[in-house]
Write a protein that binds this ligand. Structure first.
Ligand SMILES: [Zn+2]
Length: 123
């Protein structure tokens, strides 16, 4: 079976319990996530359907503003996703279990000491 590199693995056990594991194989990132602001997106941000491993925003190249609902993100707007990330550490509270902490090199230069940018860092 082919390895789906960037999708989380979902398992349902015999009791109907769902376990979600984020796949840790990631592409080289050189673009900034429009939601959390960390450097997590490959191809300088032009990566359709790529999911940020830190906030779980799925890159949507078809929205034109932060207040336009994103089909890739269950109708969430980028503004709502940013507010949720600030409050819960993920675009939606239930996706927090899929997110990982930011690495030090994913913090944009010039923001390394800014409040809010270091709280989720795993160094
Ligand atoms: Zn993100």
């Amino acid at each position: 079976m082919e390895d789906y590199k960037f999708l989380p693995t979902v398992n349902n056990d015999s009791m109907g319990n769902r376990q979600v594991e984020a796949n840790r194989k990631e592409a080289f990132a050189d673009g900034t996530c429009p939601c959390c602001g960390y450097i997590t997106i490959p191809n300088q941000g032009d990566a359709v359907a790529y999911i940020c491993p830190i906030c779980f925003w799925e890159i949507d190249l078809f929205i034109n503003s932060e207040s336009e609902p994103s089909d890739q993100n269950n109708g969430l707007t980028l503004k709502q996703a940013r507010d949720n990330f600030a409050a819960f550490g993920a675009v939606s509270p239930w996706l927090k279990q899929c997110c990982r902490a930011a690495k030090a090199e994913e913090i944009p230069k010039g923001k390394r000491d800014r409040a809010g940018f270091n709280k989720n860092v795993d160094v």
